[in-house]
Design a protein around this ligand. Structure first.
Ligand SMILES: *Cc1c(COP(=O)(O)O)cnc(C)c1O
Length: 448
C-alpha cells in the first residue's frame, strides 16, 4: 500500500485540505486504505495509487457535499428553490461581508447611545420601494404569514376564496397553516367562481381577516370569476376588518418589460388598499431569504408587539443583504445589478455566442456538443407558465446514457447541474453567469 502521507501531500487533494481540514482528509485516507486492505485476498497486490487516490477523492467529495457547496445551475430555472433561489447582487454580498464580519448598530440607537430595534431597520427603505406606511422583515414569507395570522386571527375566522387555497412547495398548505396558527378557515365561492358578495355574506363578528393569496404555481382558466384586490380592500375597510395579501413572489418592478406576463407589483397591491402585503425576499426581488410585510402603520405596529416575532427574527447578514438589494431599486442601473434581472435580460444572441464558444472548446470531450434553443423558467413558484426563450449546450454522450453523464457532471467541483431531455444533457446558459463558462468547459471535459 502507498504511504498515507503520499495522499495527504498530493496536490489533487489540496482543495479538500482547505475546505474540510487536514484531519478529515487524513482519516478519509486511512479509512479508505483500511477498507481496501481488508477486501484484498491474502497476498494480493494493492491497487494502483491512482485508483486509490480517486477512491479517496470520491469519499471526500461525498463528505463535502453533505455540507453546502457551490453549484453551477444549468437547469434554466432562474429561482431554483433546491439550488438556493436568487443569487445575490455584488452589493448585497459586500454588505454581508462588512456587517456580518464585525459589529453593527443592529439593535443600537447611535443617537441615543442606547438600545434600538432591529425590527425598524429597513422600514424607511421598504416604504420607499413599496409606498406603504411601514414594514417589517422576518425569516421568510411563510413566517410572515404565520405572524400575521397569529397576531390578528388566533381563535377567530379568516375568509379565503376557494380558488386561492394554495399549496406551495415544502409542505406549506394554506389550510394547514391557518389551523396551526389557531385560526378558523372560512372558505367562500367555488373553485372557478368567486364574487365579492361571497365574502360579504361570510362576514361575522368572529371575522378577523380577509385574505388573498397569490396563486403563484397554478392557473384556473375558462368559466371563471374572481374578486379584484381593490374591491376586497374596500370591503375590508367598510367592515373594519384587516386585509392580507400573500403576494408570494413580490415583484417591485413590472416584469412585463422582460417579456413575462404582467404581475401586480407590491406597490400596486398597497395602493389598492390592502392593509398588509407579504412577500419573499428571494424570489422576484432577487435578495436574501426573508419575509417582508408592508402595510399600514397600525397593522405593522401590532405585528411588532407580537412576542412570536422574537422566534422569527432575521439576522444581521440578512438585513444587510436585503438593504443593499433594495437600495439597487432606487437606482436606474438596477437591471444590471440584480442577478435575477441580469439573467432575464440576457439576449438570445449573447447566449448563443457563449454556447458556440464553449462548444468549440469541447471537441476533445467524449460527447457530441451542440447549441440548442430551449425554454427557461422563472421558478421559485413564480410565473409557472411563462416560458423564457433560452439557449443550452446539448451534450450527447458517445457511449453510455445521458443520466450517467448528468451524474458525472454533478460529481465535478463545482458540480454542474443540467437536465436530461431524451438523449442529451442540457446545460441552459441563461442561469450560468458568464464568469462560469470556463468552469462549465472544465466540468464537461472531466465528466466525459
Ligand atoms: C413562495 C410563496 C410563499 C412562501 O414564501 P417563502 O419565502 O418561501 O417562505 C408563500 N406564499 C406564496 C404565494 C408563495 O409563492
Amino acid at each position: 500500500m502507498p504511504a498515507v502521507h503520499r495522499f495527504i501531500d498530493d496536490p489533487r487533494l489540496a482543495a479538500y485540505r482547505r475546505t474540510l481540514g487536514p484531519s478529515l482528509v487524513k482519516s478519509a485516507v486511512t479509512e479508505t486504505l483500511d477498507a481496501v486492505r481488508r477486501s484484498l485476498p491474502v497476498g494480493g497486490d494493492a491497487p494502483p495509487y491512482e485508483m486509490l487516490l480517486s477512491r479517496v477523492a470520491h469519499e471526500l467529495a461525498g463528505e463535502e457535499s453533505r455540507g453546502l457547496v457551490e453549484v453551477i445551475n444549468g437547469t434554466g430555472i432562474l429561482l431554483h428553490t433546491n439550488l438556493g433561489r436568487a443569487p445575490l447582487a455584488e452589493e448585497a454580498i459586500a454588505a454581508i461581508g462588512t456587517i456580518a464580519g464585525g459589529y453593527s448598530n443592529l439593535e443600537y440607537d447611535l443617537e441615543q447611545g442606547s438600545r434600538g430595534s432591529r425590527y425598524a431597520r429597513l422600514s424607511s427603505l421598504l416604504r420607499e420601494v413599496s409606498g406603504a406606511q411601514d414594514a417589517l422583515v422576518v425569516n421568510n414569507n411563510a413566517a410572515a404569514i404565520l405572524l400575521v395570522l397569529d397576531t390578528f386571527a388566533k381563535g377567530r375566522e379568516v375568509i379565503v376564496s376557494r380558488n386561492q387555497l394554495i399549496e406551495i412547495g415544502g409542505g406549506f398548505r394554506l389550510p394547514d397553516v391557518l389551523q396551526r396558527s389557531g385560526a378558523t378557515l372560512v372558505e367562500v365561492g367555488t373553485t372557478n367562481k368567486v364574487y365579492l358578495d361571497d365574502f360579504a355574506r361570510a362576514l361575522s363578528p368572529r371575522t378577523a381577516l380577509l385574505m388573498r393569496s397569490h396563486t403563484s404555481n397554478y392557473r384556473i382558466e375558462g368559466f371563471v370569476a374572481d374578486v379584484d384586490v381593490r374591491s376586497l380592500a374596500q370591503l375590508g375597510r367598510r367592515a373594519g376588518i384587516p386585509t392580507l395579501e400573500d403576494l408570494g413572489s413580490g415583484a417591485l418592478v413590472d416584469v412585463s418589460q422582460f417579456g413575462l406576463p404582467r404581475e401586480p407589483t407590491v406597490r400596486e397591491v398597497v395602493e389598492a388598499g390592502i392593509e398588509m402585503v407579504a412577500f419573499s425576499g428571494d424570489k422576484l426581488l432577487g435578495g436574501p431569504q426573508a419575509g417582508i410585510v408592508v402595510g399600514t402603520s397600525v397593522a405593522i405596529s401590532r405585528l411588532r408587539t407580537n412576542p412570536l416575532l422574537r422566534a422569527l427574527r432575521v439576522d444581521k447578514a440578512t438585513l444587510a443583504a436585503l438593504a443593499a438589494t433594495l437600495r439597487l431599486y432606487l437606482d436606474d442601473a438596477w437591471r444590471t445589478r440584480v442577478p435575477f434581472y441580469r439573467m432575464l435580460g440576457s439576449s438570445i444572441e449573447e447566449l448563443q455566442a457563449r454556447a458556440a464558444a464553449i462548444v468549440t472548446r469541447l471537441d476533445r470531450a467524449a460527447v457530441d456538443a451542440t447549441v440548442e434553443r430551449t425554454i427557461a423558467f422563472t421558478g421559485g413558484g413564480a410565473l409557472p407558465l411563462a416560458p423564457i426563450p433560452s439557449v443550452a449546450l446539448a451534450l450527447v454522450p458517445r457511449a453510455g446514457d445521458p443520466n450517467g453523464l448528468a451524474a458525472r457532471l454533478r460529481a465535478q467541483r463545482p458540480p454542474l447541474i443540467g437536465r436530461v431531455e431524451e438523449r442529451s444533457v442540457l446545460i441552459d446558459l441563461r442561469t450560468v453567469a458568464p464568469g462560469y463558462d470556463a468552469a462549465v468547459i472544465a466540468a464537461v471535459l472531466a465528466a466525459a
